[in-house]
Design a protein around this ligand. Sequence first.
Ligand code: V55
Ligand code: FE
Length: 486
Amino acid sequence: MTKPFPHTPTFMTIDEPFRFEGELFDLEVEGTIPDELDGTFFRVGPDQQFPPKMGDANPFNGDGIVTAFRFKDGHADMQHRYVRTDRFLAERAARRGLFGDYRNPFTDDPSVKNIERTVSNTNVVAHAGQLLAMKEDGPPYAMDPRTLETRQLWDWHGRMKATSFTAHPKIDPATGELVGYAYAAKGGDSRDIAFYSFDRQGRMTRELWFQGPHASMIHDCGVSERYTVLPMIPQMMDVERIRRGGILFQWDSKVDQVYVVIPRDGEAKDIRFFRAPNALPGHVINAFDDGGKVYLDLPVVNGNVFWFFPDAQGRHPDPSSLRTQVVRWCFDMNSPSDTPTASVIAEISAEFPHVDDRYAGRPYRYAFMQASDWTKPYNADKAGPIMGFFFNTFLTMDMNTGKTKSWFAGDTSSTQEPVFAPTRPDGPEGEGYVLGVVNRRAEHRSDLVILDAQRMDEGPIATVKIPARLKYGIHGNWVPATTFPR
Ligand code: V55
Ligand code: FE
């Protein structure tokens, strides 16, 4: 018999373990789902299968569970299924947690010594006929996009030799290539970084190994037509620390942001390392270049957002005290200076960006994000306390002006990452819908809302009711029906 989960922030309120798998045909809808929505919104998040072996766990340690919302002719169906990772299967067979702390193999049960320990809980990306469930501490797992059955650990036919792969690869809309990288690419806290490209069919076309200036978290990347940029977060890795029972990542306010700029067709000698003052580079909105200048847009936070990866003194800032700037960096590859220029597009606590994927890597105008609007009310009596990451607003940002149109989800709700779905393949940029899960915290239930991307302030066109709770999700993507023909 499984023991109860601990009543700690990771496992409380709307984020209590759910652990249920299943499907729902023809979800109840308030309003009207636009007929032209034809495709699937895939998303993933952690939902730990068994109570944590070590007594508690951070929210990034849970087993990945994937949701597919499939849209056709104004209807929505839903599937919700765990990724059958090797770790998930080993724990299921044992009926208990065998893997210990986050990215700490020293805390594992000896019986799982040689079993891949990634949980595939961070992103789901469609490429070359498969759905890839990803977490940056291991290779992806390939899933069947139609059934959500897990196929296998995916190392691209044995060619991807790094011990891990990012959860934030980018797909070049012009070529269909998947471009990504691995950090700590030889395991542990190695400074090795590997840069990869795979063509439309999933064949490896580039592999480039080099070393970074230090070993730290590289969570996301920007990919333009000719360059890839890797923002290095001042979250420093140390395997000696986990050997002593500590945490793999530690915030260091004395370390600069480092932006690694890699020419997509270049060699290791062409790689440049740019530096900016200590801060936290967040998720990449988009990147583009004009040949010599590389532009990277992303929210930059003035401190550490990962309260479970504190500094050497065990300190972390109160999330509501942090300030975010949406920044456009310019990296000049023809200048010897390692200092990029910055322009601030907006000052707003917005994160989890998506763009119109047809404009990925190219000059573009719109970003779709969620935001923490602390000026809005929150009814903790009804909705329960806020623990950790909290967002309450969906918005469309005009990147030319920094102006936003937004929708507040209400004083008992929180939001999850929104995605963008265009109305038609040849429509103008940003004409389409923003889809996002909203947690109805007082009802212990979730909804999926659909908003007009250009009229966010008018509120949902449709609310798809989910008679279940979708815990804290991480990332997802809109995949048009043409990507996986029926
Ligand atoms: C992040 C998320 C992760 C992780 C490392 O948001 C970094 C950043 C959900 O897991 O393992
Ligand atoms: Fe992420």
